[in-house]
Design a binder for this molecule. Structure first.
Ligand SMILES: [Cu+2]
Length: 196
């Protein structure tokens, strides 16, 4: 491990520590805000909830991990999900997982490698994926490919909106072959989305 890599690893551990410490703040907000302050012209005011996830490495064992991996969102509410990815590795995926599916508009927004310029995407190259956020269960079909962080570790952030109409527990998984242990261990590259 050269100096640059070592620096990146230390920076990453700090980032993870911040996320873990701040987790209670970042985990699904209980707040339900009126969208942009103005009520729609008809029907009830739209409500929006926010979920923030981070992909990084477990500070103890180094395994690829989503922080948090288990979370709850409200039903029948627009949920804006933001995933910040610090993993700059790529993992070749099957073509169907390179497509964004099940999100509002069938697309997601990406800020690549720490960029401040957002771009909209509906698919990526199968070679440009670090992890995915995928649910194929109980009538839910959600798939968002998450491209890698930049070569020096600047994170790549993706954001998408989804609405969950059926209360229950759903297993999400990463479908990129990132780390066999992580992929087989609940709490790392799989977890539970609870809709209440
Ligand atoms: Cu993964």
């Amino acid at each position: 491990m050269d100096d640059q890599l070592w620096f990146n690893r230390v920076a990453l551990l700090i980032a993870v520590a911040v996320v873990v410490v701040g987790g209670t703040v970042l985990v699904v907000g209980e707040h339900t805000a009126s969208a942009s302050g103005s009520a729609p012209s008809s029907g009830a005011p739209a409500t929006v909830d926010y979920l923030y996830l981070t992909i990084a490495f477990n500070p103890v064992n180094g395994m690829d991990e989503y922080f948090p991996a288990n979370f709850t969102v409200p039903s029948n509410t627009l949920v804006v999900i933001t995933i910040t990815n610090y993993d700059n590795g790529t993992n070749l995926i099957a073509p169907q997982y390179s497509q964004v599916a099940g999100t509002v508009g069938g697309s997601a927004t990406i800020w690549k490698d720490g960029s401040s310029t957002p771009q909209t995407y509906s698919s990526v190259a199968v070679t440009d994926v670090a992890h995915t956020f995928t649910i194929n269960q109980g009538g839910l079909h959600l798939n968002v490919p998450v491209p890698p962080a930049g070569p020096t570790g600047l994170p790549t952030t993706v954001r998408f909106s989804a609405e969950f109409t059926t209360p229950g527990s759903f297993t999400w998984m990463c479908m990129a072959p990132c780390d066999p242990n992580s992929m087989a261990t609940p709490g790392y590259m799989m977890g539970t989305l609870t809709v209440d």
